[in-house]
Design a protein around this ligand. Structure first.
Ligand code: NOJ
Length: 555
């Protein structure tokens, strides 16, 4: 197993709009992050993943880039970004940017040129089809509408996997790929350490996706999901190899891709000479979702299923490469609401959930506020929702005569805005995030859940995360907790999730009772040394409800 700087790292994801506002416009910014850099250094993280900061109309909060070379004024300037890189570096913290290159914004000058000039060079940067007046085919984009949008009054249509404001780029065009590579090198020179790569599985389209043919439908709307025609298509490998060879590998970057990779392709994607350092696995973070009629709905699951999914994910990634365990991100609701029944949400269950994923094999990610145990927002009305995808879905339901309250119910449990509410720094107005009204409402629980209160309380979610980070990085168990093999601990207890991390020298058991009742501790572990525990009471035979312990064997 090759040692790499990023294998020992803990990554902290920042959603810049919601982290810290330094200039009183109600929107977070780069200087806000600089103000809080010591908070991050003190927590002990090594790397920041910054969600997009480039110039953007912000239709999708930056995942619609209109200028790849400049920072959006709402976040600051390129100089502010350079200062952030420098002051993070002083504290040993590296920065990852979000690489959003499946699509750009319809405000990007390439797209504007393509619209103006159908014969010009930039028309070839996008996927544009001319028809006799109707959409080329019946593909449905992720927002539930057609993936094709008419250009003005013409009979030309362009393809978009996401919203119509996010036209897909034409990766088959070598000039597009060269532009992207040039841009990646520009940011690398500024000192970034790598990229989180957005929607990269979508870049290669099948012939059918772009053909003027009606495809077999998968819903009652006569349309068919874009997935089948644009996700992980053969030939994507050549594009990814180009990025790896020209940028990632050349500069020893860390890369984590947002892509679902089938087992047969894992080696090629994350193996020794893979395209990426690692990929995100959605299998257990999306286990509460089912799709019907082109929409996502909330689904129930059991702890047993959760354990199976996590173990399957670990076993698979261990065979081929390196993992990236995470519970939350800006597209997910707060994990404590997803995995813990409402009546049991509290310090014990939040820390048990933390321990459960944090010691899995891979580089762990923490999403801003997760270390405080932040919770979902009690959304009750569409006017509170800012996520454009949710608003579009709601409007579509109204238009189709469906009950939009069902969508609201889904947003409350699973909407992306749940994790996008402002970071809760203290109990002052707007949770210390801003002095002005924020772009999205602060969670009303901020007076009790905030960084100041968490830091003052020794027995808090924050301090438990801090301990987990220190144990992983700066203890005699660092090596085994980083590079050690993963193996499940078998048990008949329904709510017990346990696994070993072991190398030739040490074996550490991570045992989490993820249930409301007590759970028997596997006998072989009764006499080990407890190196982390989220509770004060200890009994060598049984774990208390939501007790999480790490036990080093034979010590
Ligand atoms: C995935 C990103 O995480 C999400 O926030 C975004 O809306 C889509 N890709 C489109 O870029």
């Amino acid at each position: 197993m090759k040692e790499k700087w990023w294998k020992k790292s803990v990554i902290y994801q920042i959603y810049p709009k919601s982290f810290k506002d330094s200039n009183g416009d109600g929107i977070g910014d780069l200087n806000g992050i600089i103000e809080k850099i010591d908070y991050l250094a003190d927590l002990g993280i090594d790397v920041i993943w910054l969600c997009p900061i480039n110039v953007s109309p912000m239709m999708d909060n930056g995942y619609d880039i209109a200028d790849y070379y400049n920072v959006d004024p709402v976040f600051g300037t390129n100089e502010d970004f350079e200062r952030l890189i420098a002051c993070a570096k002083e504290r040993g913290i590296k920065i990852l940017m979000d690489l959003v290159v499946n699509h750009c914004s319809n405000q990007h000058k390439w797209f504007q040129e393509a619209v103006k000039n159908p014969e010009g060079e930039y028309a070839g940067y996008f996927l544009i089809e001319e028809t006799s007046g109707k959409e080329p085919n019946n593909i449905r984009c992720y927002n539930g509408t057609s993936a094709w949008e008419r250009i003005g009054e013409s009979n030309r249509f362009y393809f978009h996997s996401f919203s119509k404001e996010q036209p897909d780029l034409n990766w088959a065009n070598p000039n597009v790929r060269q532009e992207i590579i040039r841009m990646m090198k520009f940011w690398q020179k500024k000192g970034i350490a790598g990229f989180r790569i957005d929607a990269i599985g979508n870049i290669k389209k099948t012939k059918e996706a772009l053909a003027q043919t009606i495809l077999p439908t998968d819903g009652t709307d006569g349309m068919v999901s874009v997935d089948k025609y644009v996700l992980m298509q053969d030939g994507i490998e050549a594009y990814l190899a180009e990025l790896r060879d020209e940028v990632f590998e050349r500069y020893d970057m860390f890369t984590v891709a947002e892509v679902s990779v089938p087992e047969g392709k894992m080696e090629e994607f994350v193996g020794e000479h893979g395209f990426f350092s690692t990929v995100f696995d959605f299998s257990y973070t999306d286990m509460d979702v089912e799709k019907s009629n082109g929409k996502e709905w909330k689904k129930r699951f059991t702890i047993r299923e959760m354990r199976e999914k996590i173990f399957a994910s670990q076993n698979m990634i261990e065979k081929y490469g390196w993992g990236s365990p995470y519970l939350e991100n800006h597209d997910q609701p707060r994990s404590v609401n997803k995995y813990i029944p409402e009546e049991s949400i509290g310090y014990e269950s939040k820390t048990a959930l933390g321990a459960l994923y944090f010691f899995l094999r891979g580089t762990p990610f923490i999403y801003q506020g997760q270390e405080l145990g932040m919770e979902n927002y009690p959304f009750s009305d569409i006017s509170q929702i800012r996520d454009p995808f949710a608003v579009q879905r709601y409007e579509q339901s109204v238009k189709n005569g469906e009950n939009p309250q069902k969508d609201m119910e889904y947003f409350r449990a699973r909407g992306r805005d749940n994790s996008r509410t402002p970071m809760q720094w203290d109990e002052s107005v707007y949770a210390g995030f801003s002095e002005e009204e924020p772009w999205i409402a602060v969670n009303p629980d901020y007076e009790t859940i905030n960084a100041k209160a968490e830091r003052q309380n020794d027995k808090s979610v924050y301090h438990f995360y801090k301990k987990m980070i220190a144990l992983r990085k700066q203890s005699e168990y660092s090596d085994v907790l980083t590079y050690g093999d993963f193996s499940p601990i078998e048990s008949d207890e329904d709510a017990l999730i346990g696994y070993y991390r072991s190398n030739g020298e040490k074996r550490v058991a991570v045992l989490v009772n993820f249930g409301e009742g007590e759970a028997a501790i596997p006998k072989q572990l009764a006499n080990g040394k407890r190196i982390l525990d989220n509770q004060d009471r200890w009994n060598t035979e049984r774990l208390l409800p939501y007790q999480a312990v790490l036990i080093a064997e034979g010590e």
